[in-house]
Write a protein of this length. Structure first.
Length: 346
């Protein structure tokens, strides 16, 4: 039987820890599992809870940091220094696995040795509400070449994984290395893409693989959107810096992701006018970020949409938004027709 190592980093999440560990030990039949809880110098009693869990079950170990090392160092300690099983999972202490998730993933990885990691659908639930019912039957699976999956991530310029729903082949994790400390907010995005440069990617259809808890500590705020954009950009740039020699169309992918990030920044700025959020959104900084990503932002319809909103102003814009959007769409269609006309040489 293959062995799965589950690393559970914990910082002030002691009140979630027992149910998190129970989802690994009690809800994963037919799985040889070991758990490492790493308490990163919590001040809420998490360390005592972690040690009590480890004492009561020989499958669990607990490491207690005397000083806080941060989540990136904690992740890497567990994944690179401790994990030695066939497969490994990074599971935050406030999240949970769905019943049978590890068996489903392990069976898939056993059957597909070229796949470096497999993921499935995560169930998001709001803190304080009952867990939604998880689907536990796999209705199919997909195997994508790492490069194909990577190109899709560059086109979308965002992550499609929340983390607890992923099971990684430990040998590939060790080959790829640990999380990058320069990416405190988007290290996971860079990690999944980096793994995809070493191996194929798998997906389980029809089953829910993890519960992802939504609460105040992990909900984005308006001004964090600019930080997120900058971190997303850095994730893609660092991946290209690190693995460009293994990505044949690196320059094309770089252009694709910078164009998409510029567009995303301008859209966020434009929505601020539509939703009375200008006072809470760094519009000028978002526009500057877009220009830095893609100097020809003035050729984007969304850029002209933002300029129109500025002319109208934040007070009137929410009421005139349908008219402005219609005008911008008409202008964009005319521009596209003009470009097509020029290409045909008419």
């Amino acid at each position: 039987m293959t062995r799965v190592n589950v690393v559970i980093p914990c910082y002030n999440y002691g009140h979630f820890l027992r149910e998190c560990v129970a989802s690994v030990l009690d809800d994963q039949p037919e799985t040889d599992v070991r758990v490492l809880i790493i308490d990163d110098a919590s001040n809420d009693g998490s360390a005592a809870i972690a040690e009590d869990i480890a004492t009561s079950d020989k499958r669990v170990e607990a490491v207690i940091h005397p000083i806080n090392r941060g989540h990136i160092a904690t992740y890497n300690e567990g994944l690179l220094e401790w994990a030695d099983g066939d497969y490994c999972v990074l599971l935050d202490a406030d999240d949970r696995l769905t019943p049978g998730a590890l068996r489903r993933a392990a069976e898939f990885l056993d059957a597909h040795p070229r796949v470096g990691f497999v993921y499935g659908h995560p169930l998001h639930f709001r803190h304080g509400t009952p867990l939604p019912t998880a689907r536990t039957s796999v209705r199919g699976c997909s195997v994508w070449s790492g490069h194909w999956w990577l190109k899709r991530r560059f086109r979308e310029a965002n992550g499609c994984i929340t983390t607890p729903e992923v099971v990684v082949r430990t040998s590939v994790q060790h080959q790829a290395g640990g999380y990058d400390p320069r990416l405190p907010h988007t290290g996971d995005i860079e990690m999944w893409m980096r793994l995809a440069t070493y191996a194929d990617v798998g997906y389980l259809r029809g089953s829910d693989q993890a519960y992802y808890r939504v609460h105040e500590q992990n909900m984005s705020k308006a001004r964090d959107q600019l930080v997120n954009l900058r971190q997303r950009r850095l994730a893609y740039e660092l991946l290209l810096e690190r693995r460009a020699d293994t990505i044949p169309d690196a320059d094309e992918l770089s252009a694709t992701v910078h164009h998409k990030l510029a567009k995303d920044a301008l859209r966020i700025a434009a929505r601020a006018y539509d939703r009375h959020r200008v006072g809470h959104t760094p519009v000028e900084d978002l526009e500057a970020f877009a220009r830095d990503c893609w100097p020809k932002t003035h050729r984007m319809p969304v850029y002209w949409g933002l300029q129109a909103r500025k002319q109208i102003g934040p007070q009137a814009m929410p009421y005139l938004q349908p008219l402005v959007v219609s005008s911008i769409v008409h202008r964009a269609r005319n521009w596209l027709w003009w470009q097509s006309w020029k290409r045909r040489g008419l």
